[in-house]
Design a binder for this molecule. Structure first.
Ligand code: NAP
Length: 279
């Protein structure tokens, strides 16, 4: 598995397995399958309500904890210094571990500075090996990264062939922050899995649309966490390290960018109102 070095020297697998929309009941089985087929990084969040399932699967796997890279996220209802601090301890308890490899602030709303201070403190206490943010687009990202003591190691944002984040990635890199993709298949939206350009490129390499889309992100230096509840797809998605896309194919895929989210715009008033409803 390829790894990337974060801005504090910590090595992180470039590919992992995400468990958004995996029910608490199914999560343990899914993470066990993912570990079985070779994934060593798991991305969960307080808001997914399945950290316990991740912890159970890791505990029962027989794999050394040090071989597994755990990522979680603090939800906005736990923002502010005191609540975020308590919620980190709660995540540690649910994940059944005494450290989390990477902890992110999930959204750029509410008291994010207070919450980030709790991340910094837990990092210094050895409870978190690296800290970062998610869904922080250039305005919020530059603001936070310029005003905190510990610059985020990672920023996890929607990134896929239809919303490529090329400029935001450059800005993150100016700060030494790694881009991590959520929704690498755009959850199948916009005819993702039957896209003719991706299918045509896949045909040249004997690879599926999903594999081409993931390989393209890997070659851009993006950290990826595709989700599937099916073990065959988990296996297919991780089988992307035995080929390389040629420059011409990378360039062709770049033309699919619309520069727009397929989900929600974090700068839109309605989106902000929606998140305030989830506090
Ligand atoms: N930070 C954030 O705000 C945020 C937001 C969203 C997601 N995330 C993270 O990013 C991870 C990935 O994003 P996502 O789960 O939203 O969506 P995604 O990975 O883009 O897409 C998942 C969808 O693709 C299907 N799929 C997976 N592999 C496939 C394949 N090889 N062929 C055909 N279909 C396939 C899955 O179906 P099946 O499961 O039925 O196989 C599922 O419907 C999440 O699990 C989560 O960890 C973070």
């Amino acid at each position: 598995m390829d790894t990337v070095k974060l801005n504090n020297g910590v090595e992180m697998p470039q590919m992992g397995y995400g468990v958004y929309q995996v029910s608490p009941a199914e999560c343990e089985r899914c993470v066990s399958d993912a570990l079985k087929v070779g994934y060593r990084m798991i991305d969960t969040a307080q808001a997914y309500h399945n950290e316990e399932g991740v912890g159970n699967a890791v505990g029962k796997s027989g794999i050394d904890r040090k071989e597994i890279f755990l990522v979680s996220k603090v939800w906005i209802s736990n923002y502010g210094y005191e609540k975020a601090k308590a919620s980190i301890d709660e995540s540690l308890r649910k994940l059944q571990t005494d450290y989390i490899d990477l902890m992110l602030l999930h959204q750029p709303f509410c008291d994010r500075y207070g919450a980030y201070r709790a991340l910094e403190e837990a990092y210094k206490d050895g409870k978190l090996r690296a800290i970062g943010v998610s869904n922080f687009y250039p305005d919020h990202f530059i603001d936070l990264a310029s005003n905190v003591e510990i610059v985020p190691a990672v920023n996890q944002v929607e990134t896929h062939v239809f919303d490529q984040q090329t400029e935001p990635q450059k800005i993150m890199e100016e700060f030494g922050t790694r881009i991590m993709s959520w929704g690498p298949f755009a959850e199948g939206r916009n005819g993702f899995f039957t896209n003719p350009l991706l299918a045509g490129i896949g045909g040249k390499y004997g690879k599926s649309v999903a594999q081409v889309a993931l390989r393209w992100l890997i070659q851009r230096g993006v950290i990826i966490i595709p989700k599937s509840t099916h073990i065959e797809r988990m296996r297919q998605n991780i089988d992307i390290f035995d080929f390389s896309l040629a420059d011409e194919d990378m360039a062709a895929i770049a033309t699919l960018d619309t520069g727009r989210s397929l989900f929600f715009d974090h700068h839109d008033a309605e989106t902000t109102r929606m998140f305030m409803g989830w506090k």
